[in-house]
Design a protein around this ligand. Structure first.
Ligand code: RIB
Length: 311
């Protein structure tokens, strides 16, 4: 059983030919809304991956933006523990998606900032606690402390990037970051491998966009090349990776297989618009993996090993 503690946002999304540069105005298309927020996206991904009952601790405002988020979590099968502060709005995110699929996101966190140590539900029965950094760091720290004391494995997706206290990293069993987040935690070492070695956690995974991902477990390294797709919208792809990965680990799947599942789910998530709307079911991932072409050239395993400094 997995507990996700984190943010939930309503995403306001507009597509545009390119992301605006500072000071630039870009004319886009119609705006759409999607259920989002890194925490809620990861909870939906975990539940859709199957095999692990998923709960989520979240905070929502008492306003109309909360309903689509609750509906999305409910239809994915996530059991919700909702904190509803009377004086805060539901979190919102303002997202521009460029025609190449990349995005720029600004979050107004609203009620997400109201989660506190006292809100954590009892941890009995949970094997993993999955968190991100769109809720107060004090809450993340308190939940990680409680999880460690209860023997629950702590998985932290350190996104968005920020400086983390060493006391928090000491409580993390598995850290998941993208390349920028990795560098903001450990600086720019000579290689991805060396950056992963500098992290004090027993396990760490870095996602490298289309190239794939690299994981360190103790002294051992694992690589998973990315799956080639035509990207439509990359929003929530990293969250899909995290939620799918933790669902797999909660079923005691070996790490290499868990990375494969997570990478395939994340690739599929890039082929549809929106965050939670794009997260694939377990059967869609299984079907994709059966027919996925082998990565070649710049996206091959050899290229990934070389990029990461593993050869
Ligand atoms: O990771 C994608 C998410 O970041 C979006 O859904 C948005 O709400 C922000 O939290």
């Amino acid at each position: 059983m997995v507990l996700v503690a984190g943010s939930a946002n309503l995403d306001f999304v507009v597509r545009a030919p390119h992301l605006p540069a500072p000071g630039e105005t870009v004319l886009g298309g119609d705006f759409q809304t999607f259920a989002g927020g890194k925490g809620a996206n990861q909870a939906v991904a975990c539940a859709r991956a199957g095999g692990a009952t998923t709960h989520m601790l979240l905070a929502l405002g008492d306003d109309p933006y909360a309903a689509p988020i609750e509906a999305s979590l409910r239809s994915a099968g996530v059991a919700m523990h909702i904190v509803r502060p009377s004086d805060a709005a539901t979190g919102t995110a303002f997202i521009c998606v460029a025609d190449g699929g990349e995005n720029a996101i600004t979050v107004a966190p609203g009620a997400n900032t109201c989660l506190s140590a006292a809100d954590l539900p009892p941890l009995l029965g949970f094997s993993h606690l999955l968190m991100q950094l769109e809720i107060p760091l004090t809450a993340v720290m308190a939940y990680a402390t409680a999880a460690r004391a209860a023997g629950v494995r702590v998985v932290l997706n350190a996104a968005p990037a920020c400086t983390l206290p060493p006391e928090l990293l000491a409580l993390v069993d598995l850290l998941v970051v993208n390349e920028g987040e990795l560098h903001s935690l450990v600086g720019r070492a000579a290689s991805v491998k060396e950056c992963l070695e500098r992290l004090p956690c027993p396990g760490a995974v870095v996602t490298l966009g289309a190239r794939g991902c690299v994981a360190r477990l103790g002294q051992d390294f694992f690589v998973q090349p990315g799956y080639p797709i035509d990207p439509v919208d990359s929003t929530g792809a990293g969250d899909t990776f995290c939620g799918t990965l933790v669902a797999a680990l909660a079923q005691q799947m070996p790490l290499p297989k868990a990375l494969r599942q997570a990478s395939a789910a994340a690739a599929l998530a890039c082929t549809q618009m929106g965050a939670q709307s794009s997260i694939p079911s377990a059967s869609a991932v299984a079907d994709f993996l059966q027919h996925a072409p082998k990565a070649e050239g710049a996206l091959s395993e050899a290229a990934l090993r070389q990029y990461a400094g593993l050869t």
